[in-house]
Design a binder for this molecule. Structure first.
Ligand code: NAD
Ligand code: ZN
Length: 250
């Protein structure tokens, strides 16, 4: 159905040195993780709305409750597995075909890492990690017993919180800066499964485009970025990404 467009993208990729990929909730939709607009945002848990439970305010007010909520979310996401879209990205990044491969995600589900991607720029953090409230030290939750809540920082003994950007918080400055730099230097930019409504992630494809990159959108629906993309493929990423990267890499 999209054969001509895929041929065109592969031709661009064959001459590309630096590839940049921005992903959003849509890439994990086919793994069973609900997207934000697909119902994940209307969630109410124990009578409290998602935005309140996942807020900076709640970390101050009731950290054990925040942990209970995030442990619950982790238990649901934990049942989900990476899909062929996550895997195609991981393979493209690790097989040495491109001089540089940057993966930036707005997802917190950890599925890119599970699929084998490394060095991911996680703009919104990672649900599988805890962060010290004082010194910022990170620990993997896989190494922390479930009854250690809140987890305690081994460096400074303060309590730890989920390593996720909450409502009312800024994005990690260094990560977004690095993402901007990479966007500015890429040859091809993929925008996968994001509604592109959240700043500053939605600025990255624009930066790439302004710097001369070829911009590809993969999303079953049109977004506000569609008009500036060189090509848009209206299909699910678990099918399209393996098609695009499969033969380029072989
Ligand atoms: P979004 O929910 O706003 O948009 C999801 C996009 O994915 C939509 O444009 C939709 O058309 C598209 N989509 C749906 N199925 C798809 C598929 N099979 N293949 C490709 N695209 C598909 O998500 P967003 O733009 O990432 O922004 C929402 C915010 O919510 C982000 O800040 C993110 O951190 C957070 N969030 C994260 C997760 C996760 O970690 N998996 C899940 C929900 C929300
Ligand atoms: Zn600490």
């Amino acid at each position: 159905m999209h054969d001509n467009v895929i041929d065109q993208i592969q031709e661009v990729l064959r001459n590309a040195r630096k590839v940049f990929v921005l992903t959003g909730a849509g890439i994990s939709a086919e793994s069973g993780v609900p997207t934000f607009r697909g119902g994940g945002n209307s969630l109410v848990w124990r009578g409290m709305p998602f935005e309140l439970l996942s807020s900076a305010e709640m970390v101050e007010k009731d950290l054990p409750l925040v942990w209970e909520w995030f442990d619950y979310r982790r238990s649901t996401v934990g049942k989900c597995e990476p899909n062929p879209g996550h895997r195609a990205i991981a393979e493209a990044a690790t097989n040495g075909r491109f001089a540089e491969f940057t993966l930036v995600t707005q997802n917190i589900d950890g599925l890119h890492a599970e699929a084998g991607s490394a060095g991911i720029l996680e703009l919104h953090g990672n649900i599988n990690k805890a962060r010290c409230r004082s010194c910022g030290h990170l620990r993997s939750l896989a190494d922390i017993p479930i009854d250690e809540r809140p987890p305690i920082c081994p460096e400074c003994s303060d309590s730890m919180r989920p390593h996720v950007v909450l409502f009312g918080e800024m994005l990690p400055g260094e990560t977004i800066l690095k993402a901007r730099e990479k966007a500015e230097r890429c040859d091809v930019c993929f925008v996968v499964g994001t509604s592109a409504l959240v700043y500053p992630a939605n600025e990255l494809p624009l930066i790439a485009k302004r710097a001369g990159a070829f911009v590809v959108e993969i999303n079953p629906e049109q977004t506000i970025l569609t008009p500036m993309c060189d090509v848009s493929i209206r299909a699910g990423s678990s099918v399209v990404l393996p098609q695009i990267f499969g033969t380029v890499l072989s």
